[in-house]
Design a protein around this ligand. Structure first.
Ligand SMILES: [Fe+2]
Ligand SMILES: [Fe+2]
Length: 211
């Protein structure tokens, strides 16, 4: 199923301007999420599919809104929020992957219940959804902000920021596990590898390279 999901993603991200922008973000999130999932022993195919396709629901959305450098107004934010729901539908109906669909649906839920689309809290949110949420935020803070023309944070600062948001936005135990696992990678300057698939794999999945 992963190869089917990857093929779908590749096909869409060649044609769709928005997903093309998010393509490398999606691959990085998949690698981060796979490492964290492995650490907490929930890595499987659904986890990999969901993390790669977590933002696939953005493909129908206006790029003026998605890539808007300024703060979104309330209506624009409502529109953005639809991508969790659309992604859920695509995974269920097109890929016939209902379990992975649930993880995609949950990737913007927050531990304190203030997320979307359902306002789930704590362990009501799938473990995998909680994992993707941390990896997504980390990538956005450290690398993906270039799409929004904002200053990126260093990896160290981003770890701090994740900790600041523990037990509010994020599952604090998962944040600690993430920092342990990703800290070990001793990541280098992302501008050297962030937009090359083979480099992303080499940097974020060194084990896969060796075996
Ligand atoms: Fe998202
Ligand atoms: Fe994302």
């Amino acid at each position: 199923m992963f190869s089917q999901a990857e093929e779908l993603f590749e096909r869409i991200s060649q044609d769709n301007e928005v997903l093309r922008v998010f393509k490398f973000h999606s691959y990085r999130v998949m690698h981060f999420a796979s490492l964290l999932a492995e650490e907490v022993q929930c890595l499987d195919e659904d986890m990999r599919v969901a993390s790669l396709l977590h933002d696939i629901g953005k493909m129908g959305l206006s790029k003026d809104i998605l890539l808007k450098p300024a703060k979104l107004d309330p209506l624009e934010f409502e529109i953005i929020k639809a991508h969790s729901h659309i992604g859920n539908n695509i995974l269920r109906k097109t890929l016939n992957a209902p379990r992975a669909a649930l993880f995609v649906r949950d990737h913007h839920e927050r531990w304190d219940g203030k997320g979307y689309p359902r306002g789930l809290s704590g362990e009501q949110i799938s473990l995998q959804g909680r994992i993707i949420s941390i990896c997504d935020a980390f990538d956005t803070m450290t690398i993906d902000r270039r799409n929004y023309d904002k200053q990126t944070l260093t990896f160290e600062k981003a770890f701090e920021e994740l900790r600041n948001c523990s037990w509010g936005q994020f599952d604090g135990d998962l944040v600690e596990a993430f920092i342990t696992v990703i800290g070990k990678l001793q990541l280098s300057d992302p501008s050297l590898w962030f937009d090359k698939l083979d480099k992303i794999e080499e940097v974020l999945s060194p084990q896969a390279k060796k075996s």
